[in-house]
Design a protein around this ligand. Structure first.
Ligand code: MG
Length: 285
């Protein structure tokens, strides 16, 4: 499939489509064998730790506290919020977040590449010192590999630098090695489960953990097969959509997602009712 999209450009939307087909084929194979997907892949773990992820810059402080505090009260021991869109607003937002989750829950931030290098370095010091932040995702653009490396090497101890959600082809992961403390991977972008297992091998060889980006329902199975799986992004929008479209979505239990191995394949079944408006027909009307 990768060869077929060479001229269209392999990274990007083409690899998202390939990822979907790859995941469907793994799922089909598991169902044909009467196995759960994780058992077909070979489980390195029974579960994947999660972090609650949302905290959008558009939220009011009340909404921010309600969401992050809600995850903390569910027993999820780490949460992530967005930063950097309006940096002047962030200190009040971070204060509110820390107040809502208490001192024992880990606080992660994601700038989506919003900062220039030295700006990011200055914020890194503040995040760690003032709010005890332990994860700074995409402080600069993930295309700025030297910038990421600068942050990784000169940022404060205890604050990990992460990137990888835009890694599509194997070379994208290879390029990030040496620039991040923890590699991220999105199974819906990186060539599906086949691509993820390849990235997992690369991470193993370089002593890096891998964190799952979004799509919790499918990532829970896939990342149980990733030897150095760190955690999984339990992302607000995807939780909502997965629950709306599918039966069999696994719920958090004590801060982990544990695939239901009694169900075949990825355990999901399209809900029969309520989603008619999303049906796509190839029949011309
Ligand atoms: Mg991100």
């Amino acid at each position: 499939m990768g060869e077929q999209v060479r001229n269209a450009g392999r990274p990007g939307i083409a690899f998202c489509a390939i990822s979907a087909v790859d995941q469907a084929l793994w799922d089909l194979q598991a169902r044909l064998h009467g196995l759960s997907l994780v058992d077909l892949l070979g489980a390195a773990h029974d579960d994947v730790p999660i972090y609650g992820s949302g905290g959008f810059c558009s939220y009011s402080l009340e909404r921010l506290q309600e969401q992050l505090g809600g995850w903390a009260s569910q027993g999820i021991p780490r949460v992530k919020m967005k930063v950097g869109r309006d940096p002047d607003e962030d200190p009040a937002r971070l204060d509110a977040a820390r107040e809502a989750i208490g001192s024992d829950v880990e606080l992660f931030v994601d700038a989506n590449g919003a900062f220039a290098r030295k700006q990011a370095l200055a914020w890194a010091e503040q995040y760690r010192l003032v709010w005890g932040v332990s994860w700074f995702e995409e402080p600069v653009s993930s295309a700025d590999l030297e910038g990421l490396r600068l942050l990784r090497d000169q940022g404060p101890p205890g604050l990990e630098i992460a990137a990888g959600e835009y890694a599509y082809v194997p070379a994208d992961f290879r390029n990030l090695v040496g620039s991040v403390d923890c590699l991220q991977a999105d199974v819906t972008r990186c060539g599906g489960i086949t691509g993820l297992l390849s990235a997992s091998g690369l991470a193993n060889a370089h002593g890096l953990d891998v964190s799952a980006h979004c799509a919790p329902a499918i990532s829970a199975h896939a990342f149980c097969a990733v030897e150095r799986r760190r955690h999984l992004e339990y992302f607000h929008d995807h939780i909502r959509i997965e629950g709306m479209l599918f039966d069999g979505v696994v719920q958090p239990d004590g801060g982990v997602l544990r695939p239901d191995r009694s169900r075949p394949g990825n355990g999901l079944a399209l809900k029969a009712q309520g989603n008619e408006r999303f049906l796509v027909s190839s029949t011309k009307r």
